[in-house]
Design a protein around this ligand. Structure first.
Ligand code: NAD
Length: 367
């Protein structure tokens, strides 16, 4: 049965887990904040659901990520910087890099900070929204373990590589196109598998070049390299798959070339001898100070006018409404502030395991 847990309780639990596995208190706050932001925004693939497999297990069991983050600035040049994360917490690396980019933009109009040797940084949208809160345009992306096949290819080469822009608006929510450059990403396939549903046609390509739909099989096949995700636009050229392939490549280059970090199939957790190793991910963060171009209030109004015009345009027959990016997450936030974060049975088990292993003092209502 699904239980709903209030934001504050979930945040405190995440905080205790992060500190319990050795993340320093101030850095644990950043990590828990990125995760709870995902749960608040209704992005179930990247919140509490990721705490055990992506952070806890990688630190405690696999030892391929460090709970403490050595944030080394290897180059610093007016509006730009290069950071080495030394396999610490991706969210800490990312939050600090975006803050640096914002601070640089305050001084120079633009700021760009890139990171190498980092780890999974959670929802990409978190970081551009740090910039929009400061009347700036924010941009961020990250590479990830290889899973997208190039157009006409079947091998998983590119990560799900989000390429995310945040724009401040005069609406109650800012614009943020917070998504992968694959049509679907692993977290959603896991969700389909949990619900016993097949993936829709055309999202996953097998070694034979044909579409795969069996969700459970796909999860295994992705790991074995027997399946790959199609880029936005789909398999082949007919529906423009090469456009998503191009965007995924943009993120791969910006996540690796400026910072001279790992890329494509180097971003895996095993070395050539099959020994576990860190993923060596790269990220990029840009902040653009709007007041160098126009009054932020005017930018917000124009951006808001664009969103409103889109939403007010003629709807397809049978469609109830048109959304703009960031809107569904805003609405989810309002609903979840009342209902809390949904926690299914698999996640309940994860929470109990982490609590027991860390001897944390929690009695969950679902026990
Ligand atoms: N760290 C990583 O390695 C990594 C990699 C890939 C994805 N992610 C994260 O995973 C999360 C989920 O990614 P996803 O690809 O499943 O996202 P998704 O396909 O659910 O898309 C969500 C985005 O699309 C917008 N959207 C949804 N429906 C819309 C509509 N009808 N009209 C207009 N906009 C609409 C939302 O506002 C949101 O910005 C994101 O937060 C992303 O950053 C992280």
């Amino acid at each position: 049965m699904i239980h709903h847990i209030p934001f504050d309780y979930m945040y405190t639990f995440m905080l205790d887990v992060f500190t319990g596995i050795g993340v320093p208190a101030d850095e644990a706050k950043i990590c828990a904040d990125v995760l709870i932001a995902s749960d608040k925004r209704g992005i179930d693939s990247h919140g509490i659901g990721r705490l055990k497999p992506i952070y806890y297990d990688r630190i405690v069991d696999q030892k391929i990520q460090k709970p403490t983050t050595e944030f080394e600035i290897v180059r610093d040049h007016l509006a730009t910087a290069v950071v080495d994360g030394h396999h610490g917490m991706g969210m800490v690396v990312a939050e600090r890099c975006m803050q640096m980019a914002i601070d640089k933009a305050k001084k120079h109009g633009l700021g760009m900070v890139v990171a190498r040797n980092s780890t999974h940084y959670g929802i990409a949208g978190y970081y551009p929204l740090m910039a929009t809160a400061e009347n700036m345009i924010g941009i961020s992306g990250t590479n990830a373990r290889p899973s997208i096949a190039p157009t006409f290819g079947v091998e998983n080469m590119l990560g799900t590589n989000p390429l995310v822009f945040g724009f401040p608006t005069d609406e109650p929510f800012d614009f943020v196109n917070d998504y992968a450059t694959s049509i679907i990403q692993r977290g959603k396939i896991e969700q389909y598998a949990r619900e016993g549903r097949d993936c829709p046609e055309g999202l996953i390509v097998g070694r034979d070049g044909k579409s795969k739909t069996d969700s459970k099989q796909i999860l295994d096949d992705l790991v074995k390299g027997e399946a790959a995700l199609a880029p936005i636009g789909g398999i082949g050229e007919e529906t423009g798959g090469y456009k998503g392939y191009g965007f995924a490549t943009v993120t791969e280059v910006l996540s690796a070339a400026l910072q001279q970090g790992a890329f494509l199939q180097q971003c895996v957790n095993k070395d050539a001898d099959g020994n576990l190793k860190p993923y060596e991910l790269g990220h990029y963060f840009m902040a653009i100070d709007i007041k160098c171009f126009c009054e932020p209030v005017d930018f917000r109004k124009t951006a808001g006018d664009i969103m409103r015009a889109l939403r007010e345009s003629e709807k397809a027959p049978g469609a109830e409404r048109i959304y703009t990016c960031g809107e569904k997450e805003y609405l989810a936030g309002i609903e979840r502030a009342e209902s809390g974060v949904p926690v299914n049975e698999a996640l309940q088990k994860d929470m109990i395991t982490m609590r027991n292993e860390l001897n944390l003092n929690y009695t969950f209502e679902f026990e």
